[in-house]
Write a protein that binds this ligand. Sequence first.
Ligand code: SF4
Length: 324
Amino acid sequence: MTKGRIFSGMQPSGKFHLGNYFGALENWVRLQHEYECYFSIVDLHALTSSYEDTKKLPENIQNMALDWLSGGLDPEKNIIFVQSHVKEHAELHLLLSMITPLGWLERVPTYKDKLQQLGQLNTYGFLGYPVLMTADILLYKADTVPVGEDQLPHLELAREMVRRFNNMYTDIFPEPQARLSQAKLLPGIDGRKMSKSYGNEIPFAASPDELRAKVRLMVTDPQRVKKTDCGNPDVCTVFAFHKIFNSGEVAEIDAQCRSASIGCVDCKKRLAEHMVTALADNHARRQALENNPGRIKEILVYGAERARTVAAATMAEVRDAMHL
Ligand code: SF4
């Protein structure tokens, strides 16, 4: 049976934290065994909203590739590349923009919301973001796109564009289907959503000792003042992490917390060691890559070459269909 084909991308916007890892990358690592995957660092998308200061882009791209590879994406199994290294993305974006009615783009909910939040995004590139996203997917004729619920309108728009192109010219593109991802939600160490802007994140690159230090700072049940007080794991950040990193002992810790037979210090130590073990492979891969600085560049060059071959073949069909 032929494998389905996935395209997915992430904007290079700084180093990952554990919330980013569990929010998307962990899912990709699973998908790479089921699909033929194109994973792209979408730097052109980053320009649709952060176009003024681009000096940090090369560093952010390097860090994102390091995070992906450390997280377990296999550069042989997948095609891993930087979007702007394959110029066909820009070309297909331009051609699709010719056939996309303005009203389709203006009614995308995220466009309206973001425009209200950040008025300065009133640019052509930002409005055309979903066209670029559609070009990314169609260039590789991906039939599956892993998305969260909030991105479903973008994908619906991509399907509308496929139907319009196929009807108007030649039936070239498959209609991409959504594969809804079930991301694990990891709170920050203060119990709020994990976010760099709150300063409550655990870096994905954290060493074992840094992980232990972060766990020591986690907030617990605020009502549990003394070790002899019974706790409530349902309101404890440490417990939320146990559920993800130590699922086999969750029932035991729940009971021990409620009966005050474990103290928070010991509970945190147990969690920290489980986290260190669970992330040991990521840590080892990161160290190997950091010791071999040229390796990431090689992987991205290799990925772009493989992506370009497929993209160029698609563009030949598109130009033919459009009599260009
Ligand atoms: Fe949280 Fe564990 Fe303390 Fe209970 S014992 S409050 S689960 S850290």
